[in-house]
Design a protein around this ligand. Structure first.
Ligand code: FAD
Ligand code: DHB
Length: 389
C-alpha cells in the first residue's frame, strides 16, 4: 500500500504528528510495535508546556485536558531544610498543565479512531528502505504477514531504541551524549499529593521530586545509583527515603500507600543532530533524550512535531524547501531544552565524588535563584517552555 507519510512509532510524537497531518488533509499510516494497552500502561511524563497544550487544542484533542488537567502557576525548590517558591505565573505570565502522558496518548488514540485513521499495532521487523532516495518505503510483519508501505516521507517517532535513527549511516550521523552516574526510582500511588505544587528537592541524601497526576494520584521520585533494581526497594524503604529528602513539615504531611507502579529510569543527555536524512525526519526520543529534571522530554517531542508539521505541510503546499529547515529549527530549540535539563539536573542532584567546590557552586546557584528575580525569571521562562520560533 501507499501513503504520504509513514509514521514509525505510536507514542506521543507519532500520534500527534499523524493526527495534525490528517487534519490538514495529508495521509499517514502509523505503525507501532506494541499493543495499544501496552503503550497506555507506560507511566512517563506529567507536565505539559503551553506549546503542547495549544497543539492539542488546535486539533480538538484537549477537551479532557481542559476539564481535568491542573494548571500550575509555580513550583517549590527545597534545598536541605530551606524551601522557596518559583512563581511561574508572576514571573512569566504563564503556567504549565499537570496531565499525564498516558492521558495525552489515550486522547490522541481516541481522536484517531473517531477519524478512522490507520494505526497498525503489534508490528515486527520494521525496516526503513532508501530513506535518502526519491522513493522510500518501509517493510514490516504483522501477524506473520509481510507488508510494504511506499511513501513520500518517513517520520521516525520510534523512541530512543527504535530503528529510524539507525537507518542513517553511522558515519553520517552526528551524535552527542552525556550519561549521568545515577537514575530515578519512581512510584505512582493512589494517595493525595503531599503539596498542591511540585517540589524539587535537593538534599545530602540526593535528589527527590514530589509530583502528581490528580488530587488522588501522586508520583514521587528519588535519585538512586545507576543499576538500582526497583525490586530491591520495598514501598516502606521508598517512603522513608523520600521523607528524609523533603522539607520536614512536608515529610510529616506525607500520606503513604502501596505503590501501584515502581520503576527506575536512567539519566542521559543525548542529541542526534542529524534530525533529517533525505526523506526521513527524526522526532522526539528517536532524536534526543534529556534527563527528566525539568520535564522537557515530552515537551521537546511536541516542539519537534510543530516543526515537522510545518515542514511537511509546507512541502505539500508547494514550498518544497520547507523540509530543508526542519533539522535546524528543531535543533535550535532542542539544544536549549538540553541545556536547561542538564542545568537543573546538575543543580539538584548529588554527584558521586562531589568536591567542596562543586558543593559551593550548587549552593551559590540556589542562592542566586532565591535572591535574584531576573535569574529566577530565566529559570521560570525555560520551565514553562520557550516559545516555538
Ligand atoms: P516514545 O514515547 O518512546 O514512543 C515511541 C514509540 O515507538 C513507542 O510506542 C514504541 O513502542 C514505538 N516503537 C519502538 N520501536 C519501534 C519499532 N521498531 N517499530 C514500531 N514502533 C516502535 N519525560 C518527562 O518529561 N517527564 C518524565 O517524568 C518522564 N519520565 C520518563 C520515564 C521513562 C521510563 C522514559 C523512557 C521516558 C520518560 N520521559 C519523561 C520522557 C518522555 O516520556 C519522552 O520524551 C516521550 O515519551 C517521547 O515521546 P516519543 O513519542 O518521541 O517516544
Ligand atoms: C514529572 C517528571 C519530571 O521529570 C518532572 O520534572 C516533573 C514531573 C512527573 O512525572 O510528574
Amino acid at each position: 500500500r501507499r501513503t504520504q507519510v509513514c509514521v514509525i512509532g505510536g507514542g506521543p510524537s507519532g500520534l500527534l504528528l499523524s493526527h495534525r497531518l490528517h487534519r490538514a488533509g495529508i495521509d499517514t499510516i502509523v505503525i507501532e510495535r506494541r499493543t495499544k494497552a501496552h503503550v497506555l500502561s507506560r507511566i512517563r511524563a506529567g507536565v505539559l508546556e503551553a506549546g503542547l497544550v495549544a497543539q492539542l487544542r488546535e486539533i480538538g484533542c484537549a477537551g479532557r485536558l481542559d476539564a481535568e488537567g491542573q494548571v500550575h502557576g509555580g513550583c517549590v525548590l527545597s534545598v536541605d531544610s530551606e524551601a522557596f517558591r518559583v512563581d511561574f505565573a508572576g514571573l512569566t505570565g504563564q503556567g504549565v498543565v499537570v496531565y499525564g502522558q498516558t492521558e495525552v496518548t489515550r486522547d490522541l488514540f481516541a481522536a484517531k479512531e473517531r477519524a478512522g485513521e490507520t494505526i497498525l499495532f503489534g508490528v515486527e521487523d520494521v525496516a526503513l528502505h532508501d530513506p535518502d532516495g526519491a522513493a522510500p518505503f518501509v517493510t514490516f510483519r504483522q501477524d506473520g504477514i509481510a507488508h510494504r508501505v511506499d511513501c513520500d516521507w518517513i517520520a521516525g517517532c520510534d523512541g530512543f531504541h527504535g530503528p529510524s535513527r539507525q537507518a542513517i549511516p553511522r558515519d553520517r550521523r552526528r551524535e552527542v551524549e552525556k550519561v549521568y552516574p545515577f537514575g530515578w526510582l519512581g512510584i505512582l500511588s493512589e494517595t493525595p499529593p503531599v503539596h498542591d505544587e511540585l517540589i524539587y528537592a535537593s538534599s545530602d541524601r540526593g535528589f527527590a521530586l514530589c509530583s502528581m497526576r490528580s488530587a488522588h494520584l501522586s508520583r514521587y521520585y528519588v535519585q538512586v545509583p545507576t543499576g538500582t533494581d526497583p525490586a530491591s526497594w520495598s514501598d516502606e524503604r521508598f517512603w522513608d527515603e523520600l521523607r528524609a529528602r523533603i522539607p520536614p513539615e512536608r515529610a510529616e504531611a506525607l500520606v503513604t500507600g502501596p505503590a501501584i507502579e515502581k520503576s527506575v529510569a536512567p539519566l542521559r543527555s543525548f542529541v542526534c543532530e542529524t534530525m533529517r536524512w533525505g526523506r526521513l525526519l527524526l522526532l522526539g526520543d528517536a532524536a534526543h533524550i534529556v534527563p527528566p529534571t525539568g520535564a522537557k522530554g515530552l515537551n521537546t517531542a511536541a516542539s519537534d512535531v510543530h516543526y515537522a508539521f510545518e515542514a511537511l505541510h509546507g512541502h505539500y503546499g508547494g514550498s518544497q524547501s520547507e523540509a530543508d529547515h526542519y533539522a535546524a529549527r528543531a535543533l535550535a530549540r532542542v539544544w536549549k531544552a538540553e541545556r536547561f535539563s542538564w542545568w537543573m539536573t546538575t543543580l539538584l542532584h548529588r554527584f558521586p565524588g562531589r568536591s567542596d567546590f562543586d558543593r559551593r557552586m550548587q549552593e551559590a546557584e540556589i542562592a542566586l535563584l532565591r535572591d535574584d528575580d531576573s535569574y529566577r525569571r530565566a529559570m521560570a521562562r525555560n520551565y514553562v517552555g520557550l516559545p516555538y520560533s
